[in-house]
Design a protein around this ligand. Structure first.
Ligand SMILES: [Zn+2]
Length: 506
């Protein structure tokens, strides 16, 4: 094989892998959106077979020979090709260590577990989900043992979701957050609460959908390539490549802010994915590099931009146009205050910017202890409720509003949650850096996302997975990760909103 032939084969291999992923992701997407309730076993059957085929393609002798051939000729490859070979080989080495029967059994398990979780949540019946969750945690431990026997299993998974992350970094980061967020929240709770009355009332789903599509276009999504559907739990999925992106939302007719900010959040994910350089499509470099960087983009749009005063000034007249009666007598400043009302609650996805990290800390503590064998799955509901009391001061009434609320564990995504908190914190530094060259407030006040998106495309989005997450972040932010940028942002924002003297934070 010549180097040129190997280069062409490398691209062909990735196109075939993308096609398998496309088929599998579409089956997942169907199950999450419009598929009839009784069809999970049918999807599990197809997914188990397709994932086996994809496994054979990725770990077959021909593929391994090709990748090893290219790996030996690394100096002759361009940076993109080098990174492709690095990522593909990493995947091969990982897959080779997991026995095929266990791998496809796991694929089947997560489809079934997703179905059982949904029913268990609807009935608030943790016992129904418990045996599945036990198997999912057991798989996570066993697979980590196969792939990195020298590593702590939870560290292995943290690093899988965010390269470079481990318990030590999480512990340090969460300790810093706690030291700032807990006293700030206590001061907020001493003050008069901000009213969110204007967001409560009746907001017909059809009108909310009109608003959702308008917001998608406003923030710069190309609606020819990004679709919108409704699901219980909002999410974003790339199908096959960044040329076909789907976001979902959930309309609550009695509460306007939920879908409004879900759409901006998922829209941030979709902007990141769809702005990969076009020639990265159908390669492993297409789309977002890690969950942490992904969440940094979604939370950037949702909170740092979407919940800013200048954006609320632009948004309010749009709300007046779509909901004239509900908005009558209110102002943009009231909207800004309403969408930033900080209040400890039960549900992570409904949490405000200030209390959100506390929800993540609960999940982190619990995952860490189950993975370490210090806590059994059957003890999770009780410990969940106890930590919500301790961290957020709220009483969990039932498991649907407690341990069963999130989809992640049912999909085997153990070690995912901490990336949400890191992502939220990355944004504060990115915004600080962006402000050096972009008049962000003026752009938001004018509803003009072009200069903001241009900056993000240039520094982050177009690179796809070319750089490791930490390297990409540092190149964009111009400095190393520093969580105090985020805590300072929170103290300034909520200090001003609630009328708290700044010096009291010293
Ligand atoms: Zn997200």
């Amino acid at each position: 094989m010549t180097l040129e032939e190997a280069r062409a084969a490398l691209m062909k291999l990735q196109q075939r892998q993308s096609a398998y992923r496309h088929a599998m992701d579409l089956i997942w997407y169907d199950g999450d959106t419009v598929a009839p309730k009784g069809t999970a076993a049918n999807r599990a059957q197809s997914l188990a077979i397709l994932s086996e085929e994809a496994y054979h393609l990725s770990t077959g002798a021909e593929t391994v020979a090709l990748l090893e051939f290219l790996d030996e000729r690394k100096p002759e490859l361009n940076p993109r090709e080098r990174r492709m070979v690095e990522l593909l080989l990493k995947d091969v080495r990982r897959l080779q260590k997991i026995p095929l029967d266990e791998y496809s059994a796991h694929e089947r398990l997560i489809v079934e577990a997703g179905d059982v979780w949904e029913r268990a949540k609807a009935a608030s019946d943790f016992a129904a989900f418990q045996p599945y969750l036990e198997r999912l945690f057991a798989d996570a431990k066993r697979f980590a043992g196969y792939c990195a026997p020298e590593k702590d299993p939870y560290d292995y998974w943290l690093n899988e979701f965010e390269e470079g992350l481990d318990r030590a970094r999480c512990d340090e980061f969460f300790a810093t957050l706690r030291a700032h967020v807990v006293p700030l929240l206590a001061k907020v709770q001493e003050k008069e609460q901000l009213s969110n009355a204007m967001l409560l009332g009746h907001f017909p789903a059809a009108d909310q959908e009109r608003l959702a599509r308008r917001l998608m276009a406003l923030i710069g999504l190309d609606l020819e390539h990004v679709g919108l559907a409704t699901t219980e739990h909002p999410f974003t999925a790339s199908l096959g490549s960044h040329f076909d992106e789907r976001i979902t939302t959930h309309y609550y007719e009695d509460y306007l802010a939920s879908s409004l900010y879900s759409v901006i959040h998922e829209g941030g994910h979709a902007l990141y994915d769809t702005n990969s350089a076009d020639d990265l499509a159908y390669t492993v470099l297409d789309g977002g590099v890690s969950m942490g960087v992904h969440e940094s983009q979604s939370r950037f749009f949702e909170n740092l931009l979407g919940r800013s005063r200048p954006f609320c000034e632009y948004l309010f007249p749009i709300l007046e146009e779509i909901f004239p009666e509900q908005m009558a007598g209110h102002t943009a400043e009231e909207l800004y205050r309403a969408v930033n009302r900080a209040e400890p609650g039960l549900i992570r996805t409904e949490a405000d910017e200030l209390t959100y990290p506390l929800h993540i800390m609960v999940r982190y503590e619990l995952e860490k202890r189950v993975m370490a064998g210090e806590l059994s799955v059957s003890e999770l509901p009780g410990e969940w409720n106890r930590l919500y009391r301790e961290y957020l001061g709220v009483e969990v009434p039932d498991d649907a509003h407690g341990v069963l609320q999130d989809i992640h564990w049912s999909g085997g995504d153990i070690g995912y949650f901490p990336s949400y908190a890191f992502g939220g914190a990355y944004g504060a530094q990115l915004l600080r850096r962006m402000r050096e060259t972009v008049d962000v407030d003026a752009a938001l006040r004018a509803g003009n996302f072009a200069p903001i998106n241009r900056w993000l495309r240039e520094h982050l989005w177009r690179h796809g997975c070319l750089y490791k997450p930490a390297e990409l972040f540092e190149r964009a932010a111009g400095e190393k990760f520093d969580p105090t940028a985020f805590t300072t942002y929170l103290e300034e924002k909520f200090g001003e909103l609630y009328g708290i003297e700044q010096e009291t934070f010293l």
